[in-house]
Design a protein around this ligand. Structure first.
Ligand code: PLP
Length: 364
């Protein structure tokens, strides 16, 4: 079957581009001698997780404890939960997983460290902890070296857990790759202060986990990093393209849609709205539109209802007709995939199969 025969809306993944993206990132980390632990929140698919492990990833990253269960089921034996884990059910879930695989969790306060420690002792397992350090995103993470050291010292006194190092997330850096050096130098300086404080206190930090897709291939500019966690790089999207971290031919994902109305001049409507594409913005571009359409550079996705994508075709010389199928590059692929039960993978347009989005909705 050709992708043009798939019922729409449908997510189509070009498996050749996907494989190339995995190989390129694997080659980059190998060249610079650090580890790759991709963030699987982008795809949430066991088969792709296994492809990443085959492509030399040392383990996988997840955000949520339920995602860790899915990735353990996929066969991963070394999982980082890069998210503060609050609540006994989650601590128990992870302590249980840690019985026969390596589980590491990032924390920025004592409470989840104590919770995880208690459950690990009960389960007879050991959970590794990373102190999350805020390098500029201002989301999670302790704010300075003193706080990082204080938390690391408290962790070393807990039973059931093991202080394994630091985590940072340079998710605030959206400069083009060739202009990222100053921002990454600032990250490096902050990190050096934390590593220095730990060293003076005799606390070892064998893991220093960083990375994002926009900065991925500049990760070597942050000295001290031992592994990176890019996620979006598997598929890329309009935001990755906009920041210049990929080329158009590196985008492996399309949302296939059908024009369901073209009755008004200047306007067309597709069968993909916010429940298909998400309302995430084009943060690396001019913030206009909810995706781009292959072959129609002057057609803008100007609005989304739940099930309708509103196209402004007034500036385009050629306009899609009712019934025509179009391929949309989503602004932000990660939440988009999470809206779909299943995605289809193809090689040169020939559908090879489909993957269930295994961790879809695993948000606990
Ligand atoms: C903590 C953390 N690490 C890594 C990533 C992966 O970054 P990217 O989506 O740029 O690949 C994310 C993405 O949200 C994240 O939140």
């Amino acid at each position: 079957m050709h992708i043009s025969e798939l019922e729409t809306p449908a997510v189509a993944i070009d498996v050749d581009i996907l494989e190339r993206n995995l190989a390129t990132m694997a080659a980059y980390v190998q060249e610079h001698g650090f580890g790759l632990r991709p963030h699987t929140k982008t795809h949430k698919i066991e088969a792709i997780a296994r492809m990443q492990l085959r492509h030399g990833s040392m383990g996988l990253t997840v955000a949520k404890s339920e995602e860790a269960v899915v990735m353990a089921h996929a066969g991963c034996t070394d999982i980082l939960v890069a998210y503060p884990v609050y609540g006994p059910a989650k601590w128990e879930r992870l302590a249980h997983l840690a019985r026969d695989r390596r589980i590491t969790v990032a924390v920025d306060s004592l409470l989840p460290a104590e919770g995880l420690a208690g459950e690990a002792v009960r389960a007879g397992s050991t959970i590794g902890l990373l102190v999350e350090f805020d390098v500029g995103m201002h989301r999670c993470g302790v704010p300075n070296a003193e706080a990082a050291l204080a938390l690391a010292q408290q962790i070393t006194r807990l039973p059931g857990v093991e202080m394994r190092g630091l985590m940072y997330y340079p998710g605030h850096i959206w400069d083009r790759p060739e202009a990222q050096a100053p921002a990454l130098a600032h990250v490096e300086a902050q990190l050096a202060a934390v590593l220095d404080a730990l060293r003076r206190a005799g606390i070892s930090a064998p893991i220093v986990s960083g990375g994002s897709t926009p900065t991925a291939r500049n990760s070597h500019l942050v000295q001290g990093t031992t592994e990176i966690r890019p996620g979006t790089y598997v598929f890329n999207d309009r935001n990755t393209l906009g920041v210049g971290a990929c080329a158009p031919e590196d985008i492996a994902v399309r949302v296939l849609a059908t024009v369901v109305s073209a009755s008004v001049p200047g306007r067309a409507i597709i069968d993909s709205g916010s429940k298909t594409l998400t309302t995430d913005r084009w943060i690396s571009g001019n913030d206009q539109g909810f995706g781009s359409i292959d072959g129609y550079p002057d057609v803008a996705v100007v609005g989304l209802s739940e099930e309708h994508g509103h196209l402004d075709v007034s500036r385009s010389a050629n306009t899609p007709r009712a019934g025509e199928r179009v391929a949309v590059v989503p602004n932000h692929v990660c939440p988009c995939i999470n809206l779909h039960d299943r995605v289809y993978f193809h090689s040169q347009g020939e559908v090879l199969g489909s993957w269930e989005v295994d961790a879809r909705g695993r948000i606990r």
